[in-house]
Design a binder for this molecule. Structure first.
Ligand code: NDP
Length: 282
């Protein structure tokens, strides 16, 4: 039987710990603050930003909300980031991606002070991660590691296959897995015999953005399957990158979509905001 990994419940547990932590910090005179920058009016981004602000509110983390018009220039956005970098009351900065096409996302990420890097995507932070000395961490990969820990799924010495090599998920997760002593394979759209590569995995992580592309032929009997994908079908249904019913015939552990990795990403963003606030105080 497959155990469904409860990301929602785990995230809830973490959030209640973070709420206590926030209260402690406030008693010490530190009010953690996350700046949330949204450029343009992409409906999906608006929903993501709203969810992040709501999560912060529930924990007691202050947010500084900045919404800029879709025609914002690179200079204007970089100037705003400089101001947030200099603002001692702001401890973490999040710029919601994707940005409108006239803006250079990498340049924006690089402009954020690495000590205020809420998403953990600044090259300096990715560098520390790859050196095995992590500071700020990317939230989705971190959330996956916490879920594995929560369910006491061993990583050391295991074969981990990650399908997807984005800077947001696949690459940093590979580094976290290496740091946790896994043997890691990163597959992508040019990988040959993908299902055969994937079926070597004790832990299979799928982050492709291709709705339900992974079925039981990709999965080793007894494997743990982590489905990162969030895809909305034409009928409005949300599905992952894994065909869930098919995966359940082989997997021992499986993350559902929704309610698996997604809620953990936001919980990790909150945790990182508190950690950055605390570090700024030391
Ligand atoms: P990207 O589009 O940036 O990367 C997708 C990766 O998958 C690429 O490396 C690509 O390969 C690979 N890929 C695409 N198609 C195939 C295929 N047919 N076979 C093998 N590999 C393939 O996506 P992200 O990493 O940003 O996101 C992946 C998914 O995770 C999306 O559904 C996204 O919505 C979701 N997501 C969920 C989060 C959450 O909190 N749950 C957070 C972030 C993302 P190549 O490099 O060769 O092009």
């Amino acid at each position: 039987m497959t155990v469904m990994i409860d990301g929602r419940g785990t995230a809830e547990k973490i959030r209640s710990q973070l709420k206590q932590k926030t209260e402690q910090l406030k008693q010490q005179g530190l009010e953690p603050c996350l700046a949330v920058v949204l450029v343009g009016d992409d409906p999906a981004s608006q929903v993501y930003v709203r969810n992040k602000k709501r999560a912060a509110e529930k924990i007691g983390i202050k947010t500084k909300d900045i919404t800029l018009p879709a025609n914002t220039t690179q200079t204007e956005l970089l100037q705003l980031i400089d101001e947030l970098n200099d603002d001692v009351t702001v401890h973490a900065i999040l710029v919601q991606m994707p940005l409108p096409t006239q803006l250079d996302e990498n340049a924006v990420i690089e402009r954020i002070d690495p000590k205020k890097d809420a998403d953990g995507l600044h090259p300096e932070n990715l560098g520390h991660l790859f050196m095995g000395q992590p500071k700020a961490l990317p939230c989705t990969p971190r959330g996956i590691m916490v879920l594995l820990e929560e369910y006491q799924i061993p990583v050391a010495g295991k074969n981990v296959v990650i399908i997807g090599r984005s800077n947001l998920v696949g690459r940093p997760l590979a580094a976290l897995m290496i740091n946790a002593d896994a043997t890691v394979t990163v597959a992508h759209s040019k990988t040959k015999e993908l299902s055969s590569v994937a079926s070597q995995a004790d832990i299979l992580v799928v982050a492709t953005g291709r709705a339900e592309m992974v079925d039981e032929t990709y999965i080793k009997e007894g494997a743990t399957v982590i489905d990162v994908g969030i895809n909305r079908l034409a009928n409005g249904k949300l599905v992952g990158d894994v065909k869930q019913a098919s995966a359940e015939t082989k997997a021992t552990y499986l993350t559902p979509v929704p309610g698996g990795v997604g809620p953990m990403t936001i919980a990790m963003l909150m945790q990182q905001t508190l950690e950055l606030a605390e570090k700024s105080n030391n």
